[in-house]
Design a protein around this ligand. Structure first.
Ligand code: AMP
Ligand code: TRP
Length: 328
């Protein structure tokens, strides 16, 4: 039997080269191994902290278009927007009533995000239950997540098992599928920290929307070291190692091949190469991105995804209502 795999993306920042290499490319690899894949924009999750409505609205569509432009195949993968499925919050309420306050308040992410704050939303606490609903409404088998989300998938299992015990078999028990193996891309200006969309200094971060010249300039300005050799050594040469990682993923050449190729070249020549291959790749992606936006294809993809997943969620909602007795 085919296995369903599901993952959600929280639209709370612009996509970076780090997201591309660490999340989008691994997702595209995984798409080849499974024939039933769900990918959705977790926009209701983004609302746990204030978002500018105009920015959020644009970003939701941009996320989908960028994933498709990068190679997510909408024929194979069911793509949808969480908030277009009104059954999800409805199921989530019933699951909230079957989740202990103690369980929810023990979540590490909740503790971190609420720490020291006087006012944070109740949604921050119930966030993992909504995530449980995302996973359970469609009977997902595997949930690829980073280490930081694993606890939420474990809570999902606990909620589902308890519900099944109390009301009879209703939910499939999902398995977290840890995806921390992807290459971590570092900030170009400070290669000891992760390239992150929330970074203040834009020169260290390549956005998926940066133009060719900007990308080449940012890579030229990357922090390196005073040594002169192009060798992979994350401890002693974090800047050069980071550029080798980027070049390797984008060019498809191994780190060793690149080290050999640039053995008697200087940092300037190496940076020009990394800048060039990266800029060319992003230029290709941006071209597809613009085509997708202009063609109206995005709406067709999202309408199809919404229709399919609303049907599944409606059925699950009906079952859950029958189980708990909220039915006429
Ligand atoms: P975030 O942008 O932190 O919400 O993360 C979304 C996804 O992108 C997660 O799967 C992260 O592991 C991945 N990701 C974000 N930044 C990087 C980075 N600099 N290098 C590799 N993966 C990243
Ligand atoms: N909570 C996830 C994050 O912050 C996003 C998410 C929401 C998700 N629902 C999900 C991921 C269901 C996997 C499955 O990144």
């Amino acid at each position: 039997m085919s296995k369903r795999i599901l993952t959600g993306l929280k639209p709370t920042g612009e996509l970076t080269l780090g997201n591309y290499i660490g999340a989008i490319l691994p997702f595209i690899e995984m798409q080849k191994d499974f024939d039933d894949v769900f990918l959705f924009v977790a926009d209701l999750h983004a609302l746990t902290v204030y978002q500018d409505p105009k920015v959020l609205r644009d970003r939701i569509k941009r996320f989908v278009a960028m994933y498709v432009a990068c190679g997510v195949d909408p024929e194979k993968t069911t793509i949808y927007i969480q908030s277009e499925n009104e059954y999800i919050p409805a199921i989530s309420w019933i699951l909230e009533c079957n989740t202990y306050y103690g369980e929810a308040s023990r979540m590490i992410q909740f503790k971190e995000k609420s720490k020291g704050k006087e006012n944070f939303s109740v949604g921050l606490l119930t966030y993992p239950v909504l995530m449980a609903t995302d996973i359970l409404f469609c009977d997902a088998d595997y949930v690829p997540v980073g280490e930081d989300q694993k606890q939420h998938v474990e809570l999902t299992r606990d909620i589902a098992e308890r519900f099944n015990r109390l009301y009879g078999e209703t939910f499939k028990i999902p398995i977290p599928y840890i995806t921390e193996r992807g290459t971590k891309i570092k900030d170009l200006k400070d290669p000891t920290k992760k390239m992150s969309k929330s970074e203040e200094n834009p020169n260290g971060v390549i956005s998926m929307y940066d133009d060719k010249n900007t990308i080449i300039k940012k890579i030229k300005g990357a922090t390196t070291d005073s040594d002169m050799t192009i060798k992979f050594d994350e401890e002693k040469k974090p800047g050069i190692s980071n550029l080798l990682n980027i070049a390797s993923v984008i060019s498809g050449k191994s780190i060793e091949e690149l080290e050999k190729e640039f053995a008697d070249k200087n940092y300037g020549e190496f940076k020009s190469y990394v800048g060039e291959v990266t800029a060319n790749r992003l230029e290709e992606i941006q071209k597809k991105y613009n085509d997708i936006i202009a063609s109206g294809e995005l709406d067709r993809i999202l309408d199809k995804g919404a229709e399919k997943t609303r049907k599944l969620a409606k059925e699950k909602f009906q079952t859950v209502k029958e189980k708990v007795g909220t039915i006429r």
